[in-house]
Ligand binder design. Sequence first.
Ligand SMILES: Cc1ncc(COP(=O)(O)O)c(C=O)c1O
Length: 487
Amino acid sequence: MAKSWVNSAERIGADLHLELSGSGGRRAALIDALRAAVRGGRLAPGTRLPPYRSLAEDLGVARNTVADAYAELVAEGWLTARQGSGTRVAERARPLRAQPMRHAVKGPVTAPPRARAPRHDLRQGTPDASAFPRAAWLASYRRALQQAPDEVFGPGDPAGRVELREALTEYLARVRGVRTAPDRIVICSGFAHGLRLLFGQGGGGPLRGPLAVESYGLGFHRELLRTAGVRTVPLPVDEHGACVEELTRERAVLLTPAHQFPTGGPLHAERRTAVVDWARAQGGVVLEDDYDGEFRYDRKPVGALQGLDPERVILLGSVSKSLSPALRLGWMVLPERYVEGVLTTKGEREAWASVLDQLSLADLIVSGSYDRHVRRMRQRYRSRRDRLVAALAARAPHIEVTGVAAGLHAVLRLPPGTERTALKAAAWQGVALDGLADFRHPEAATADQDGLVVGYATPSEAAFAAALEALCEVLPPDGSAGVPAAG
Ligand SMILES: Cc1ncc(COP(=O)(O)O)c(C=O)c1O
């Protein structure tokens, strides 16, 4: 297929040659041709494009083909459409490329060429890196170093330093209602490492698959399990968390009870008891991913599921949300019967979590600095979430924020079929975001939900207002995915 069109100067203010070629259909060919014309500078910013009908006639294509192509390019940010002034080439000079989405196994959203870092980073997964408590960490590190006995500088115990396990026993009981003892805790380098220790590589750990998982979750974790030889079976999620009543023959389930990741519902009280009963009846185990349990804004956090039955629930936690994912420090709170197996998988010596960092974290907790930092960050993230909700109520009231007021991210529910174009528009405007589809289990039975996952903790305090403004600019308008008004 090849079709060309030379446009007259008075129509759009410049001669334009569009080559419709390729095998992907006319709409795709027209989109490619228009993108190429903007990219190559043949269509300058501000240039008005011809109405649908005349361009359709010139090209010998259907009017809807032109309308669809314009709509797509408006959504991607190449064109703008305003009532009364038609469709024009967007004023923004250059496309920006989206950063690859972290943890997404489907691959990045490919945006227009010419790489540049996103101007506004709203990807989930990171706390405000500018808020790391450097002074408090340094003070704890110094104290830990000064007080450390010489044996600290020899090979480490794979269970982790007892000072940290004792500090965590007290902290987790006080803050999360966890019932444990230092000899039931194994230090690891974060949640992901904990999963590896439980399932091993090719079956080395104390647990075996298949593992029931929530139908929305981190693809990175599913991939890690897959490479460990563990089949994951999706469990539907709704506003009350995972539908645990649908658990069948599996003997283990991985849940995010405090705040379903990423959809945001806490596990309903009845489901909490039901899943523990299921584990008892089944001789199974619940893996509790307590990734952001300290960050609840509308009420006191619900205690950890582990408190309901320490012999049936394994709690996994880390400092990745509270302090930084760069520390690679986490913990596993284990039923007695799994402790030996996990330690065997871990090996004879501590080979993962720096012993000095462990001592430093123990000091941070015991000195009260950790509590103070978490309190400060809770206030900061709560205020950001409030600002996000208020901005949406004012600027995009048709877009709902789902889930409870908690954590470091929120899900913005979008009209069906608009997620991809919203992500493209965001990438074009330099706003890095994740879409709900990236978290969906590939075998999930429920219908796709369209939504944006906004990591409101990621920008620094100084950058947040601009990021929020940019986000509001790229949201799809009410009732459509950005269909241009011109024609
Ligand atoms: C759902 C979920 N689980 C767990 C974690 C923590 O992972 P890790 O401790 O391996 O950094 C994260 C990210 O911080 C997460 O988003």
